[in-house]
Design a protein around this ligand. Sequence first.
Ligand SMILES: [Zn+2]
Length: 451
Amino acid sequence: MKIKFLGATGTVTGSKYLIATNKTKILIDCGLFQGYKNLRERNWQEFPFSIESIDAVVLTHAHLDHSGMVPLLYKFGYRGPIYCSEATFALCELLLPDSAHIQEEEAKFRNKHKFTKHNPAQPLYNLVTALNSLKLFKIIDFEQEVAINDIKFKLRSVGHILGAASVQIMDNEKSIIVSGDVGRPNDSVMPAPLPLDNCDCLLIESTYGNRLHEHDDSNEELAAIVNETAKRGGSILIPSFAIGRAQTIMFLLSELIKSKRITKLPIFLDSPMAIDASDIYCHFNKQHRLTADQCREMGAKIEYTRSVAASKELANLEYPHIIISASGMATGGRVLHHLRSFLPDHLSTVIMVGYQAGGTRGRKLLNGDKKIKIFGQDVDVKANIKEIDTLSAHADYQELIDWLKLSKSLSPKQVFIVHGEPDAADEFRLHLKDQLGWTATVPEYMSEYEV
Ligand SMILES: [Zn+2]
C-alpha cells in the first residue's frame, strides 16, 4: 500500500490521508484547513488527486478539521460512499450544513461591507451542496469489517468526542492504523480510547505531543475563575467547540452548581449547533459516561438561546452571567459577537478550554495580544484571558504513550506523526524514541510513502 499525506502535516487541521493499492484508493478524513492564511488557502486549491479515482472516504470523526471538506468533494463530482460511525453521521448532519451556513453568511457580510479582495466573495460550498453530500454517508458499526475491492477497514472507538474512531486499513499483506484524534483516559464525558491491534504502519496524532495536561482538578480551576469573576461583577465567556467540549463544560458547570461550589449564575448555551449536539449526546447514551439523569440536569440548569434575537439580547444583560458559545478557536460563529463586547471589559473573563491552533484568534488571545481583529475592526483586549487545558479532548503525550503501551502486541515498522504543529510533532518523535524505542517520521505536506 501507499500513503500520501494531504493534510494535518505541521498543523492540527486539514486531516486527509490517501491510502492506495494498485486497485483501490481510499481517503481517510476530508478536513478543512483552519488557522494560518497559507493553510486556509489550501481549502481553495484543487484537490491533489483525481476525484473519480477515489473508491471510498472514511471519516474518523465529525469535527470540521476532519470532515469539513466533504461537501467540496461532492461539489467537484465525488459520488462514492462516505463511511463513518452512526454518531459521527448524526453530528455531521449538524456540522456540515452549519459550516456552509457560516461561510454563506461570511461571504454575504464581506460583500455588504466591501470587505473582500474577491469580487464577489464566495462560500467554499453552499447549504444545498452540504445537504446533498450527506446523502453519500454510509453508517457502519465500530469493529465492523468493510471490504472495498482488495482493501478492508474497520473503526474502533477512541474517546475524544461522540462517534470518534481510529481506522485500521488492511490489504492482503499489510495493515495501517490511523489513530484519529485520541481522547483521554479519564475524560468526564467520553470513555477511554480502546487499545489498538498490531499493525505495520501507524499514523498517530500529536496535538499535545510536547505538553502534559496539568493534573489539577479542572473543576476546582473552573470554580475559582467563575467565583472570582462573579465577585468583581464580571461575566464569563467560554468559546467552545460546539461538539464535545460544550457538553463537557455544561456537565461540569451543572455539577458545580449542584454541589454549590459556584455562585448560581445564569448560564447560556448560545449555539444552536451545541444545543442540537447536546441532544445527540443524550440520545447516544451508551457511548459516553453521562447517565440519563445527568443529561437531563445539564439541560435544566442551562438556558438555551437558539434564535438570533435571543443571542443578541445577551449583550444587554447587566448582571454577572456565563455564556458558552462556538466556535472554540474563535474563528467564526456567534462567539465573535460576544468577544466583541467581552474583550474590552476588564471585569470579565474569557476562558479558553480547547486546543488553539496557530493563527486563530484563540491562539492570539492566549499569546497575550492586546488587540484582536473581529469583523475587520480592532478590538481592545482588557478582559482576563484564562486557559484550562485539563478540559482538552486530546490526550497529552504521556497519555498517548500509555495508551499505545496498552496494546501489548503493537510494534509498527513505520510510524508517522501527524496532526500536530511542528514543535509538538517533533518533540513527540523524541518521546516515542525514548519510551517505546520507535523511530518515527514527521511527514511533509504532499509526501508519499510505501508501506
Ligand atoms: Zn477532533
